[in-house]
Write a protein that binds this ligand. Structure first.
Ligand code: ADP
Length: 254
């Protein structure tokens, strides 16, 4: 599906980003596995190589313009080009609006929105001369609905969705397709560890499919949007949420 494609993934040292990097590799892509945690990125890359895939690990802070440029350049130097960027790196906080600080807003928007912007801009510089490329931004349902405590995180993800639309409008005719994947409640190690029983039960109740998603289920959608099969999909958001956002009142359950 992705044979001979070259991909960069940010925040790929663990969780969803790791699943995305592994899935893109399993489908044939060479992958630059990047994370602010360089050791974690190296570990994932080594494991991909041990399994017969092509990968390199790289320490990248997406909020640094120099690092964003280095990410794209590494793909070109190591594998000879850049076809796919997945902007997955993210940080989060849950604080009520009155307690949210200016620093919270700047820090979270700085990584989740401006970091994605920087990595995309650096990637597009390599993609435009080829007249082709795919950028997949990992958005969030928190960017589409007001969640308690989500001032900073939700704003960053809503901004990312709008940035995707602008990029898609400007770049689609030039061969670069930009889309969002918005995960719902995903059972990454962090979520599983952080959510108490009450939270888990609430999610199971609110998700029509009655379970969390898996990181791989997000990764498969990313892989599809990165593939030649998704050749007429641009500027959209695909929710991978088990039906969560479509649900209305659900008083009766079977
Ligand atoms: P999820 O559960 O959604 O996968 P995680 O917090 O586990 O979320 O993963 C986010 C990844 O993004 C982590 O590996 C983290 O180290 C990485 N990350 C966080 N901030 C940055 C940054 N500024 N630059 C690059 N990677 C980052």
């Amino acid at each position: 599906m992705l044979n001979n494609k070259i991909a960069t993934v940010t925040g790929a040292g663990r969780g969803m980003g790791e699943a995305i990097a592994r899935t893109l590799s399993a489908k044939g892509a060479a992958v630059v596995v990047s994370d602010i945690d360089g050791a974690a990125a190296e570990t994932v890359a080594t494991s991909i190589c041990d399994g017969g895939g092509k990968a390199v690990g790289l320490r990248i802070d997406v909020s640094s313009e120099d690092d964003a440029a280095r990410l794209a350049e590494t793909a070109v130097q190591e594998f000879g080009g850049l076809d796919i960027l997945v902007n997955n790196a993210g940080i989060s906080t849950t604080k009520l609006f009155p307690e949210t600080t200016k620093q919270d807003m700047e820090r979270i928007i700085g990584v989740n929105l401006i970091g994605a912007f920087l990595c995309a801009q650096a990637a597009v510089r390599h993609m435009l001369p080829n007249g082709s490329g795919r950028i997949i931004n990992i958005a969030s349902l928190s960017g589409q609905r007001g969640g308690i405590g989500r001032s900073a995180y939700g704003s960053s993800k809503a901004g990312l969705e709008l940035l995707t639309k602008v990029m898609s409008v400007e770049l689609a005719a030039k061969g670069v397709l930009v889309n969002n994947v918005a995960p719902g409640a995903i059972a990454t190690q962090m979520a599983v560890e952080q959510h108490d029983t009450k939270t888990r039960e609430a999610y199971h109740y609110l998700i029509p499919q009655r379970r969390y998603g898996t990181p791989e289920e997000v990764a498969f959608m990313v892989a599809f949007l990165a593939s030649d099969e998704a050749s007429h999909v641009s500027g959209t958001t695909v929710n991978v949420d088990g039906g969560f956002l479509s649900a209305g009142l659900m008083f009766e359950r079977e």
